[in-house]
Design a protein around this ligand. Structure first.
Ligand SMILES: Cc1cc2nc3c(=O)[nH]c(=O)nc-3n(C[C@H](O)[C@H](O)[C@H](O)COP(=O)(O)OP(=O)(O)OC[C@H]3O[C@@H](n4cnc5c(N)ncnc54)[C@H](O)[C@@H]3O)c2cc1C
Length: 474
């Protein structure tokens, strides 16, 4: 039987209303939904479906199951592995969750929020703040990424050191399964040992096992005080010593510890010339750090300053500047957040998002900085990341004069050099961005046969027709 796309679109319109079914065939511009944020993957969609409720998601999933149409869940489409866009054959439908955007409840006593999948991360942060609470997930795309996407990618960001990544922030989920049934796991419990913890299956699954429609997440006491500092260090080994020392001095107040290489700072200042020099001297590595607590800014700043002076005396850093106020703190954070944009403006680079035991990071980076220029003359490593979580973005920019296409053709070879070393040190080739289309084949090289077999069995059990985001992850 041949597939009748006209009749299929009609059925979808009948379920969620004609205004919420977009298609190229219907003359709609769907380009924002078919190309990924980095512009690496261009797909085509049978339709972009915008359901407005969990019941509408269920109805669409049932239609897709009956007709054998694959669905690609999509949030803010800010993912960096091509997981949120359809394949190029035009046979998959994008299920865009943006209309499910309500914060259903903030339970201040229980320190939880129940929020729909399409809620923008920043909106949840703001609503939590209005209730005197903190939702701590924080990342560069927070103005457009959505909670459902954050959960499906198990997003990390800059506060993992203190609050954990998305997996640690989710207490409950509502998920529409591939057969259209709604699995209601929306419990705001911190203790619940009643059998398998099913929600964990969907966190980080990149939409391959079901559609997340809502979540109950942890909130925290809003920190009244924040202190930010920027340090220069002579090596990553010194930065790791600084991390250990500050953990001792600051304990729970320590919220962020970001490593930035000298070339990364220089790149930001080249493309964003208004960025002030963070320190008077130049250092090969820098660290942006933050502490927060419920006290006053002055007291916390003093505590951080005392800790940093002790670290200076102990040889854990070379130079340091403490932000004197919120504006100065924001300027330092803007420098950090502009690295991705500066790299994009600078041209072609091959990105890596790796994690390693913190004790092995210095050796790994030294090894790579020695081997990369030998293997790829003129290649420019731009290294930065969440050192406090053992997570580095080890990006390799094209040698001067090498055309973007020619450099991208080296991706496999550059990846192999880097990722072989990461895996040899028992690290991960994807710390926080996921697998998607970008790293699917590579993941298969590094996972054990047993791990892959269990993943496939779970996929087969939940999605026997293979209609949930096929071609991603597995
Ligand atoms: C400037 C910038 C900075 C970034 N910084 C970080 C960072 O620090 N840390 C980090 O972890 N990531 C970072 N990212 C990556 C990205 O923002 C995150 O992966 C984010 O969590 C994706 O959310 P999204 O709503 O855009 O999801 P999308 O890109 O739309 O989708 C991502 C994946 O989730 C699936 N999905 C989306 N919604 C649902 C749903 N409701 N149910 C089931 N599956 C769903 C999609 O199918 C896809 O597989 C950054 C991206 C940019 C552009």
């Amino acid at each position: 039987m041949t597939f009748d796309s006209v009749s299929w679109l009609e059925q979808a319109r009948a379920l969620i209303g004609p205004a919420h079914v977009l298609s190229e065939a219907g003359g709609d511009d769907v380009s924002a939904h078919t190309r990924d944020w980095r512009g690496k993957f261009q797909g085509r969609a049978l339709a972009v479906l915008r359901p407005g409720s969990t019941a509408e998601v269920q109805a669409l999933v049932r239609l897709a199951a009956r007709s054998g149409v694959a669905l690609v869940p999509q949030g803010g489409n800010t993912g960096l592995c091509g997981a949120s866009v359809p394949t190029a054959d035009g046979l998959q439908a994008v299920l865009q969750l943006g209309r499910l955007n309500r914060v259903r409840e903030i339970d201040a006593e229980n320190n939880t929020a129940t929020v729909e999948a399409g809620c923008i991360l920043q909106t949840l942060q703001e609503q939590a703040a209005a209730a005197g609470r903190l939702f701590p997930l924080s990342l560069g795309a927070e103005g457009s990424c959505q909670i459902g996407g954050n959960i499906a990618t198990n997003a990390g960001g800059v506060q993992v050191l203190r609050y954990g990544n998305m997996r640690e922030l989710v207490l409950g989920l509502e998920v529409v399964l591939p057969d259209g049934e709604c699995l209601d796991l929306l419990r705001g419990l911190r203790k619940d040992n009643t059998g398998y913890d099913l929600k964990q299956l969907f966190i980080g699954a990149e939409g391959t096992l079901g559609i997340i429609t809502a979540a109950t997440v942890k909130l925290f006491a809003a920190p009244g005080a924040q202190a930010v500092a920027f340090a220069g260090v002579s090596s990553i080994a010194q930065a790791v010593r600084l991390l250990g020392a500050l953990r001792g001095h600051l304990g729970e107040r320590f919220t962020a510890f970001e490593l930035i290489s000298g070339p990364a700072v220089a790149l930001v200042r080249q493309y964003f010339p208004e960025t002030p020099a963070p320190l008077s001297g130049d250092w090969p590595w820098y660290v942006l750090m933050e502490a927060a607590d419920g006290g006053s800014d002055e007291v916390l700043r003093e505590a951080l300053q005392t800790a940093l002076m002790a670290c200076l005396e102990d040889g854990c850093l070379e130079d340091v500047a403490l932000a004197g106020n919120l504006a100065q703190a924001q300027t330092l954070w803007t420098l950090r957040e502009n690295i991705t944009h500066a790299q994009q403006l600078d041209g072609s680079n091959i990105k890596h998002d790796v994690s390693l035991p913190i004790s092995r990071i210095a050796g790994f980076v030294e090894q790579m900085l020695a081997q990369l220029p030998q293997a790829f003359a003129g290649a420019r490593p731009i290294v930065y990341g969440h050192l406090g979580d053992g997570n580095l973005h080890f990006n390799v920019s094209a040698p001067p004069g090498v055309a973007p296409d020619a450099w991208q053709r080296q991706t496999e070879a550059v990846n192999q050099l880097l990722h072989d070393a990461v895996v040899a040190l028992r690290g991960s080739i994807s710390a926080e961005h996921g697998i998607g289309q970008l790293k699917r084949d590579e993941m298969a090289l590094y996972k054990t046969a047993a791990e892959l077999a269990v993943m496939r069995r779970i996929k087969q059990a939940l999605d026997p027709q293979g209609l949930m985001n096929p071609g991603k992850v597995l």
